[in-house]
Design a protein around this ligand. Structure first.
Ligand code: KIV
Ligand code: ZN
Length: 514
């Protein structure tokens, strides 16, 4: 392998990322993220797990039919049904990939699969052969690879490469590996899999010990040529390796890492925001690269240094990841054209109808708020477009509250085209609003979490509310933004209820231990 080769970026935000609790997305939302990932320059997009649910199948199919540049991968267990269904979903893609997996560790084979190693080997080979009969782009993953017996791992990899696998993936499924040890394993696999030159070696790390990025970088150094990542590091449990950390490590330290990627780094920040908006999973402020504080200098001595020469305390330029220095741009008098070009600069491409909708909302907001910032515009896009197919929507809200009255809320909703209105009291204004919405929608979800923050600075800032709801064991997140925090709370609650409805209609059959 050439040490200076380009690393293949395999993004699994739409599959492993969607396994973050409450992060399920609908078809339109997944398509929007997939389109953005393609623009970001991702080489392989794992669009979903078609056998998991009808909703996932439909979303993967739509993504496969739409994307023209990135490869579109479908995850399948090593069985005939999954692989047939997976292929059915991606067969129209310009560059389809079947990704099939089975566990290879002693622990998983014995307790989870109740299979002998020889049976696992046989099933892996059979499935790869079937996948290879559909496409010459087949990936095989040895689940729990980092805890598998290395000689057995190599035996499986050798056999699946002979059967037609063009990528073999070594996952640290439970985030147990330590960088030096993981690098040793990568080297061992490369040296002890005789036909390794016929396939790409990939790694897929989880972040249970906070080492996913370190392990991935160590693997790159040891010779891995594909890395599996997600935006903002979202994913099962503590998440996956984050795309932005790996890509920016390579870009910032070219002397240490001769490898490059095809990622358009200035689209990293808009993509991070989009994923956060759609999934409702907030990015922690101190998160590397994409957190709100990642480029904020608090200490006077640092600020002084940065003014004299940014490189004193900034190892990356904010513009490199698409963070505009001055995002205060639009106001009441800005026209459609200015709004559209700014939206495009932010990384979004809206249709004419979508722009009409966002422009209308922009004008309404500009009446209430003097200066409109990027965060406001993103919230409008989220409100106006990403929520197009909804069961419930808010028509009006009126709240009475204060220190001398009993909080009361009157709300009118549109429920599948029908108007429903009512009023009720509560412990506080938000409680009153949630009580009446729950009554009108006839839903009984439990509010697990409620958070509120200001989208921008200033007292006229929009409030952004995130809720986490649970009903019948299903968890969904909801988000809403508005200058009126009670309205923002109502929008977040309604958004969460819409997501719960979607999940009820599209139940995800979670395959064991994915
Ligand atoms: O973590 C894991 O092992 C996976 C595989 C399906 C690649 O997500
Ligand atoms: Zn995983």
């Amino acid at each position: 392998m050439k040490q200076d080769s380009q690393i293949i970026i395999f993004d699994t935000t739409l599959r492993d990322g969607e396994q973050s609790p409450g992060a399920s997305m609908n078809k339109a939302e997944k398509l929007r993220i997939a389109t953005q990932l393609e623009k970001l320059g991702v080489n392989v997009i794992e669009a979903g797990f078609p056998a998991a649910s009808e909703g996932d199948f439909e979303a993967v199919k739509k993504i496969a039919q739409t994307l023209k540049i990135s490869q579109v991968a479908a995850l399948c267990r090593t069985n005939e049904d999954d692989i047939k269904k997976g292929w059915e979903a991606i067969k129209d893609a310009a560059h389809p990939r079947i990704h099939t997996f089975i566990a290879t560790s002693e622990l998983h084979m014995k307790y989870k699969l109740s299979m002998e190693p020889s049976q696992v080997l046989e099933q892996a080979v059979k499935s790869v052969k079937l996948a290879a009969s559909y496409t010459d782009n087949v990936e095989f993953s040895a689940e729990d690879g980092s805890r598998s017996d290395p000689p057995f791992l190599c035996k499986v990899f050798e056999a699946v490469i002979d059967a037609g696998a063009t990528t073999v993936n070594l996952p640290d499924t439970v985030g147990y590996a330590i960088p030096e040890e993981f690098a040793e394993l990568v080297k061992y696999v490369m040296e002890n899999t005789p036909n390794m030159d016929k396939a790409v070696l990939s790694v897929h790390c989880h972040n249970d010990l906070g080492l996913a990025t370190s392990n991935t970088l160590a693997a790159i150094k040891a010779g891995a040529r594909q890395v599996e990542v997600t935006i903002n590091g979202i994913g099962e449990r503590a998440g996956n390796t984050s795309l932005e950390e790996v890509v920016m490590s390579l870009a910032t330290r070219p002397n240490f890492f001769p490898q490059t990627t095809s990622i358009v780094t200035k689209r990293i920040y808009p993509t991070s925001r989009l994923v956060s908006m759609i999934t409702g999973i907030l990015v922690q402020p101190n998160r590397a690269i994409v957190g709100a504080n990642a480029f904020a200098h608090e200490a006077g001595i640092h600020q002084d240094g940065v003014l004299k020469n940014p490189m004193t305390y900034e190892i990356m330029k904010p513009e490199t990841i698409g963070l505009s220095k001055n995002n205060l741009v639009l106001g009441k008098h800005s026209g459609r054209h200015a709004l559209n070009s700014h939206i495009q600069e932010m990384g979004y491409n809206l249709s004419k109808e979508e722009l009409d909708l966002v422009f209308q909302k922009f004008k309404n907001l500009a009446d209430k708020k003097k200066s409109i910032q990027d965060e406001d515009i993103e919230a409008l896009i989220n409100e106006g477009i990403l929520r197009s197919s909804e069961v419930f929507s808010l028509e009006y809200i009126h709240v009475l509250s204060g220190n001398t009255v009993f909080p009361t809320a009157s709300v009118q909703l549109n429920i599948n085209g029908r108007k429903a209105q009512g009023a009720t009291e509560g412990n506080g204004p938000i409680d009153a609003v949630y009580n009446i919405i729950s009554k009108l929608t006839n839903t009984k979800s439990e509010l697990l979490r409620f958070t509120i923050s200001a989208l921008t600075e200033g007292t006229d800032a929009q409030g952004e509310v995130t809720v986490r709801l649970q009903e019948d064991g299903i968890v969904a997140l909801g988000k809403g933004a508005d200058p009126d925090i009670i309205t923002a709370s109502a929008l977040a609650y309604i958004n969460g209820l819409n997501r719960l409805e979607y999940l009820k209609e599209h139940p995800v059959v979670k395959p064991e231990n994915l």
